[in-house]
Design a protein around this ligand. Structure first.
Ligand code: KIV
Length: 265
C-alpha cells in the first residue's frame, strides 16, 4: 500500500475523495487502523482523558505525546502520523514552539504536528511550517481552551462567532497549514469553511460536508463508558465483550478449568 503524504490529502480534497482520520495511542491499535484503510493517525492530546483518566487535556506533556507517538509509529506503515502539540508547548514563544514541534518529528517519529488556534496562532503555524514541519490546524471547539469557553459547547452559533471562525480558517490556511480540524461547529458553517479553503477540512461534530472526518478511537469502539456526545457514533460496543471475556477468565481460574491440558506444557 502506498504511503499517505500531505500531498495526497490535497489531491483527495480536489477529487472529492473523503479523508479518514482516527486517534491512536498504542502499537496494536495503530497496526489495526493502518491496515484497515485509515489515512491519518492522530496521537491526540485526548490521550490524557482517554488513556490516563485526566479530567481534560491540559495536564498532557510533551513526554507523554512522544511516548505514545513512538508506539503508534512502530505500528503503522501507510498512514500519515500526526502528533498533537500539548498545552503550553507552543503558546509561550515561537522559539519554544519550533523546538517542541521538532521533538515530535525527531523523537516521536511523527510526520506532522497539530496545533489548536486560528488567527491567534497564525505566526506560530507559519514559523513551524517555515522550518518544514507540516502543521494541521484545529479550530472551533479547541479543548485546550476549555476554561475560556466555559465548557465543551458548540462553537460558531452567534453571527460574530461565525465570522471569527471563518477568519480563523483563512488565517491557518494563509499560515501554511496543510489541513484543519473543525470541531463541534454547525454543519452549514463547516460547509461554508470547506468551500472557501483549498486545504482539506477534517470534521468532528461538524457535519457531513467536511473533506474528511475524525473520531477518538475509544468512542468509535464503545470504550468510553457513559461519555457519548451527540457527534459520536459507536461502530462497535467493545466494553461488554471485554467484560464478558474477563468474567469467563475469572470463573475458569477460580474453578481450576484454566489452564487446562491444551494450555499447559
Ligand atoms: O486530541 C484529539 O483527539 C483531537 C481530535 C479530537 C481532533 O484533537
Amino acid at each position: 500500500m502506498k504511503k499517505v503524504t500531505i500531498l495526497d490529502l490535497k489531491k483527495m480534497k480536489a477529487e472529492g475523495d473523503k479523508i479518514t482520520m482516527l486517534t491512536a495511542y498504542d502499537y496494536p491499535t495503530s497496526r489495526i487502523l493502518d491496515t484497515s484503510g485509515i489515512e491519518i493517525l492522530l496521537v491526540g492530546d485526548s490521550v490524557g482523558s482517554v488513556m490516563a483518566g485526566y479530567q481534560n487535556t491540559l495536564p498532557v506533556t510533551m513526554e507523554e505525546i512522544i511516548y505514545h507517538c513512538q508506539a503508534v509509529a512502530r505500528g503503522r506503515t501507510r498512514a500519515l502520523l500526526v502528533a498533537d502539540m500539548p498545552f503550553m508547548s507552543y503558546q509561550v514563544s515561537i522559539e519554544e514552539a519550533k523546538k517542541n514541534a521538532g521533538r515530535m518529528l525527531k523523537e516521536g517519529l511523527a510526520e506532522a504536528v497539530k496545533i489548536e488556534g486560528g488567527v491567534n496562532m497564525e505566526e506560530v503555524i507559519e514559523a513551524i511550517c517555515d522550518i518544514d514541519i507540516p502543521v494541521m490546524a484545529h479550530i472551533g471547539l479547541t479543548p485546550q481552551s476549555i476554561h475560556r469557553m466555559g465548557g465543551y459547547k458548540v462553537q460558531g452559533q452567534a453571527e460574530k462567532e461565525r465570522d471569527k471562525l471563518l477568519q480563523d480558517a483563512l488565517a491557518v490556511e494563509r499560515a501554511g497549514a496543510f489541513a484543519v480540524v473543525l470541531e463541534v461547529i454547525p454543519s452549514y458553517l463547516a460547509k461554508e469553511i470547506s468551500s472557501q479553503l483549498s486545504i482539506p477540512t477534517i470534521g468532528i461534530g461538524a457535519g457531513p460536508d467536511c473533506d474528511g472526518q475524525v473520531l477518538v478511537i475509544n468512542d468509535l469502539l464503545g470504550l468510553s463508558g457513559e461519555f457519548r456526545p451527540k457527534f459520536v457514533k459507536r461502530f462497535a460496543a467493545l466494553e461488554p465483550l471485554i467484560s464478558e471475556a474477563v468474567k469467563r477468565y475469572v470463573t475458569e481460574v477460580k474453578e481450576s478449568k484454566f489452564p487446562d491440558a491444551e494450555h499447559s506444557f
